[in-house]
Design a protein around this ligand. Structure first.
Ligand SMILES: [Zn+2]
Length: 332
């Protein structure tokens, strides 16, 4: 590969509008191709899977602490897969999914990003960036409005998954974004979110949870709930109790929205579990079973937080799991 001087690297990063990254860290063989791939496919993707139409909903980018994202994995290892900025944070996104059912006419939205209720301080801490996409822009680009959504499936209620449920109007009132939606969350997760332990409390923001408590449109579902034919959810408990991973099946294909079980493609190796997880040993067990099934059933894994990759498939040599191929909804 062509050897570039540091000055040229800095110049290129500037042209690509990538701030706050140490050029040499960015310049490894893992991240640059992904970034270029990402930059060249800046439009939203969509596809049809059996009786469902699927649409990518990008709701914005943000950053989280790289150490917390990889738990016990040392930085020397994880930073080969994903670069850290000078504050040790990694680039993440909040990619949701809109599902139109041609059988029932329902329009499901899975999660809705962190929304617009953050104050300046929090915007800065998480370096929230709406310059690429907002939820509104994504809906508009696909020709939908927030009023069209009939059902919201929450994987879980951590702030980066449910903040878009409500917003502050011009009078500072916290109002619901989707006036016609019913909200689906597992019973065990609702209990946790409304009565969290001290460690998880910071992830459940009152301004996100209170409006949900106040509606009569919350529907508590059990494990492995079937929303309709071809749309169900796998429930895992390691990251938080009662996290749902929606599974869409059609045309002989299966697409799973993997949420925080597998936040990025770099988290594929079995022990690469987030420090944020409430019950990491449980995650390990659940992840092992899930990865096995993902390979044997040829799951397309839809990544909610991966800035660089939208969908991956996995391969296994019987010992280790690796990323096999990368897709967008357009190519599956
Ligand atoms: Zn989470």
């Amino acid at each position: 590969m062509l050897e570039l001087t540091l000055t040229i690297k800095i110049k290129i990063l500037k042209i690509l509008k990538i701030p706050n990254v140490k050029p040499d860290l960015f310049w490894n063989r893992y991240t640059l191709p992904y970034f270029l791939e990402k930059k060249s496919s800046m439009s939203l993707s969509k596809t049809t899977l059996g009786n469902f139409e699927l649409y990518t909903i990008e709701t914005g980018d943000f950053k989280l602490d790289g150490g917390a994202m990889f738990g016990v994995v040392p930085k020397t290892l994880w930073s080969r897969g994903i670069p850290a900025d000078e504050n040790n944070r990694i680039q993440m996104t909040m990619r949701c999914l809109l599902i139109k059912s041609n059988t029932t006419g329902k329009l499901y939205l899975i999660d809705n990003g962190l929304g617009t209720k953050f104050n300046e301080k929090l915007m800065k801490i998480y370096e929230v960036d709406f310059s690429r996409y907002t939820m509104e822009k994504s809906f508009h680009e696909h020709g939908f409005t927030f009023d069209d959504v009939t059902d919201i499936i929450f994987t879980h209620l951590h702030f980066d998954h449910c903040g878009g449920t409500s917003y502050f109007d011009e009078n500072g009132k916290n109002v619901l974004t989707f006036p016609n939606a019913t909200y689906h969350v597992t019973e065990s997760h609702w209990k946790t979110a409304t009565n969290p332990n001290a460690r998880e409390k910071a992830s459940f923001l009152p301004e996100n949870i209170e409006p949900l408590k106040a509606t009569d449109k919350i529907k508590l579902v059990g494990n492995s709930h079937q929303y309709e034919n071809g749309l169900s959810a796998i429930v895992v408990n390691g990251h938080t109790l009662g996290q749902q991973l929606p599974l869409i099946e059609g045309d002989g294909k299966k697409l799973c929205f993997v949420a925080d079980l597998l936040p990025t493609h770099v988290h594929v190796p079995l022990p690469w579990v987030m420090g944020y997880d409430m019950y990491p040993a449980e995650t390990l067990k659940e992840k092992e079973g899930f990865l096995k099934r993902a390979v044997s059933d040829n799951f397309f894994l839809y990544l909610e937080h991966d800035y660089y990759k939208e969908i991956i498939t996995l391969a296994s040599d019987g010992r280790r799991y690796t990323v096999s191929e990368t897709f967008s909804l357009n190519d599956i």
